[in-house]
Design a binder for this molecule. Structure first.
Ligand code: HEC
Length: 120
């Protein structure tokens, strides 16, 4: 009986992805939370907004070198500090940011083109 319970808890631990995978949410709560919010504008822009206008490289570059990248993005002043994250954490937080990308941004890309030309 006891053995079964042990085996069962071991299985739950094993199956729970958060035990192993680097959790983007955790990275967010540790480093970004004071200044960014997922969907609302805080001191910095929301993750929803960031995901709608930046790609993976841009986001990673901003986290590791905000001083130069914020200039490229058109900010007059740089208020975001630089972060030294492991590759794993950097990918996890970038993925986390993209999880707030809204569907509406995708439909813009799927706008039908050249239909007007064919239909007279
Ligand atoms: C001290 C506050 C602060 C912290 C902490 C912070 N940011 Fe920022 N972030 C800002 C501000 C302010 C901006 C706007 C640009 C600037 O001032 O440099 C910004 C801009 C950004 C941008 C670019 C926005 C755009 O225009 O696309 C990204 C991406 C970003 N932050 C991600 C993060 C991530 C990820 C973390 C956590 C690892 C983080 N930030 C932590 C304040 C912060």
């Amino acid at each position: 009986m006891n053995k079964n319970i042990l085996l069962f808890s071991a299985m739950i631990c094993f199956l729970s992805p958060s035990v192993f995978a680097t959790d983007g949410k955790k990275v967010f709560e540790t480093y970004c939370w004071g200044c960014h919010h997922q969907t609302a504008v805080a001191f910095g822009p929301s993750f929803e907004e960031i995901a709608s206008k930046r790609n993976v490289q841009e986001i990673k570059a901003m986290i590791t070198d905000p001083k130069s990248v914020s200039k490229v993005f058109g900010y007059k002043r740089n208020a975001m500090p630089k972060f030294k994250l492991s590759d794993e954490n950097l990918s996890a937080i970038t993925e986390y940011i993209f999880s707030y990308k809204q569907e509406s941004n995708i439909t813009v890309l799927e706008k039908p083109q050249a239909i007007d030309k064919k239909v007279k």
